[in-house]
Design a protein. Structure first.
Length: 370
């Protein structure tokens, strides 16, 4: 966004932005505050609609799925504002306050909602599952399949919360097969193009997609502006190359880290998982990729894979958490993958040591549940 784009959309002169807000950054903060007000009002209305409903855990499943769907589809503008707020730069006090506001809002919502279903003790876990599944539900593939798959996810979560067997998930299994069979080939780049893609990916990780310009990529890749412009003529092409590199790099890191966690004693295992997640804090590339795919039709080939290939690297961790159990379903590995992703996002503002302690505590709660 730029001041000029905003002035055109608002039918107001650019000078009005600085007159009323002082800076473009303060306008963004105010917009985030307004989004949080609207989100809280929406949440209050959702809770009010539960008046008179018996506190039955069995009713939670439908509520969870309906809440995710209504938030993402019915409140889509605010849902995007939520995610943009989470991606604000980490070195800004104002940005940290924005993210803290969203965290407090959802913690309060799920504390109240969980209590209505007799699940108050699991409120924090439920919040984490909501965080990631709502993010994935922003990515459209086929509306019927997506909504049915969300219902299956909610039933799987309900089974975990109540100690029941996780039911089959034919819709998600179908989508996963489609994702595997139609996965786009990541192009093999020549050396110069690979340097450009890696430089773009680094900028996305550090400062978000808005930081990716031809000049910034040229500086980071130690190439001339002319070479970068020749290889990737438009910013859209630069971003696509960067997102490809983010995707491939993230998969490689996940495979390496999860494989390194050994099935030692339970305490050492939880330490290893906490170290694994705390070591990934700060990078925003994958979240930026999710948002870009949710917005940009040109990136849709990634959407099916991002949404339905979750959990491949979580299978090993789930086996460690439940030794001696039969092989886990893909729905269960997707549940664990979503929980771990939400942990990394939730504790992004903490130091590595602080995050490690908090993450380990939450992993203990999940392990006790499983």
């Amino acid at each position: 966004m730029s001041a000029r784009q905003i002035s055109v959309a608002a039918s107001a002169p650019v000078s009005s932005i600085y007159h009323h807000f002082g800076s473009l950054e303060r306008l963004f903060e105010t917009a985030q505050e307004e989004a949080q007000v609207r989100a809280r009002l929406w949440g209050d209305d959702r809770i009010a609609q539960l008046d008179g409903l018996p506190a039955d855990p069995a009713a939670f499943v439908a509520f969870f799925a309906a809440t995710v769907d209504d938030w993402v589809m019915g409140q889509r503008q605010i849902a995007f504002a939520w995610r943009e707020g989470q991606l604000l730069r980490t070195d800004s006090r104002a940005s940290a306050q924005v993210r803290a506001g969203w965290c407090g809002l959802w913690a309060d919502f799920w504390r109240r909602a969980s209590a209505r279903f007799g699940l108050a003790r699991h409120a924090r876990l439920i919040e984490r599952f909501f965080d990631n599944e709502a993010f994935l539900h922003m990515i459209d593939w086929r509306r019927t399949v997506d909504r049915a798959g969300l219902g299956e996810y909610a039933r799987g979560l309900g089974a975990w919360l109540t100690g029941q067997p996780v039911p089959p998930a034919p819709w998600r299994d179908f989508a996963r097969r489609e994702a595997l069979s139609t996965a786009p080939d990541v192009p093999e780049h020549d050396g110069t193009t690979a340097r450009i893609a890696e430089a773009a990916a680094t900028l996305i990780e550090e400062a978000g997609p808005s930081a990716v310009t031809h000049r910034a990529v040229a500086d980071r890749a130690d190439l001339t502006l002319g070479v970068v412009s020749h290889k990737r003529r438009t910013k859209a092409e630069l971003l696509q190359a960067g997102f490809e590199a983010v995707y491939v790099g993230a998969l490689g890191r996940l495979h390496a880290r999860t494989a390194s966690i050994a099935p030692a004693d339970p305490a050492a295992m939880l330490d290893g998982i906490a170290d694994f997640i705390a070591g990934s804090l700060g990078g925003r590339g994958i979240d930026a990729l999710h948002l870009a795919v949710a917005r940009d039709p040109a990136l849709r080939p990634f959407g099916l894979q991002l949404r339905y290939l979750r959990g491949a690297t979580s299978r090993h961790l789930l086996q460690l958490l439940r030794p001696g159990r039969p092989d886990s379903s893909y729905l269960e590995t997707a549940l664990l993958s979503g929980f771990l992703s939400a942990l990394a996002r939730r504790h992004a503002d903490s130091s590595a040591d602080e995050a490690r302690t908090a993450i380990r505590e939450e992993m203990e709660a999940l392990a006790a549940l499983l």
